[in-house]
Design a protein around this ligand. Structure first.
Ligand code: 76R
Length: 278
């Protein structure tokens, strides 16, 4: 006799830190959409608008909507929310909102916000204060510098785990992994070597401050690659620029592998649906 335990009720799946992030890209099935009567279309559109409004009101939840450029997909969403149960529900609600088989999945990606393992640790910063700045451990200036640094790091970590997404118009999404080839295996490198390379990467990245907002979300064990890369810009030139420049950065030049690139335009909902359903 089978003796597996069948669940009797669901429980929230809220990670111990961070949020779940879903990128959902749909194609519009024009045949199915065009075969709907005008009043059916109108109520389908209202249903989608209502679904989006409801998700946007959910606590700690952000839902961004994009007109996707090129026929790879037509409509894109990015959802950030704590509970995987909600992320799953929202994704299914959105897919069904315009009626059966009107929105057809083109691509999706599941990831989570995460802290970087390469940020300076408190012990390292203390050592720097003593060795590089000549401060005496426990002295007043030492304690003051440490308190200021701790406050800054707390905010920095908070922003990484619980980010506020911008309304910038140009969105670029792709996935990325770090190579695991013989002689070229990121995961076989020492922590110190990786930290050095990542500090070069961060330096390249910081030069794009004000032009690019990036969110790197972890997806090892969740989806096909190891990270989701979401970039926002006001100008496509800057997307092309940063991705090109990063190719020369050793971390990307030697270790990075990329998935397909998706470009979306973040629009007010009315304008987005007018364009999509025209
Ligand atoms: O967290 C920070 O903002 C500072 C340091 C930093 C980390 C830890 C940082 C800065 N990144 C970090 C981690 Mn990044 N990043 C990418 C890509 O196309 C490519 O070649 C790579 C895709 C871009 C464009 C980009 C931009 N970054 C990571 C990780 C995790 C690696 C790991 O843990 O092993 C990946 C996969 C990754 C990839 N990065 C920045 C940027 C930019 C613009 C910055 C500067 C942010 C700022 O200070 O304003």
């Amino acid at each position: 006799m089978a003796n597996h335990i069948i669940p009797t009720q669901s429980k929230p799946i809220v990670p111990q830190e961070g949020w779940h992030v879903q990128h959902l890209f749909f194609s519009l099935n024009h045949t199915n959409w065009a075969s709907m009567e005008e009043d059916q279309q109108e109520s389908a559109r209202k249903h989608l608008e209502g679904t989006i409004a409801r998700i946007r009101k959910h606590p700690d939840t952000q839902l961004l909507a994009f007109s996707m450029v090129g026929p790879k997909s037509d409509l894109g969403f990015m959802i950030l929310t704590p509970d995987l149960q909600d992320a799953d529900r929202f994704a299914k609600d959105l897919q069904r909102a315009l009626g059966p088989d009107v929105l057809v999945p083109a691509y999706s990606y599941l990831s989570m916000t995460e802290l970087s393992e390469y940020t300076t640790k408190e012990e390292e910063f203390k050592k720097e204060l003593v060795e590089k700045e000549g401060l005496v451990e426990g002295s007043e200036p030492f304690t003051a510098r440490l308190a200021e640094w701790n406050a800054r790091m707390a905010k920095y970590n908070q922003d990484r785990l619980y980010p506020n997404m911008p309304d910038w118009q140009v969105m670029c999404f792709y996935n990325m992994s770090k190579r695991r080839n013989v002689e070229q295996n990121w995961y076989a490198s020492s922590f110190e070597a990786r930290r050095q390379l990542m500090s070069g990467h961060a330096k390249t990245g910081r030069a794009w401050h004000g032009k690019i907002r990036q969110l790197i979300t972890g997806s090892t064990g969740l989806d096909e690659a190891e990270w989701g890369v979401t970039l926002f810009a006001h100008d496509t030139h800057h997307i092309k620029g940063i991705v090109y420049e990063m190719r020369f950065d050793e971390v990307s030049a030697v270790y990075a592998e990329f998935g397909d690139f998706y470009i979306g335009i973040q629009l007010p909902l009315k304008e987005l649906l007018d364009r999509l359903l025209a």
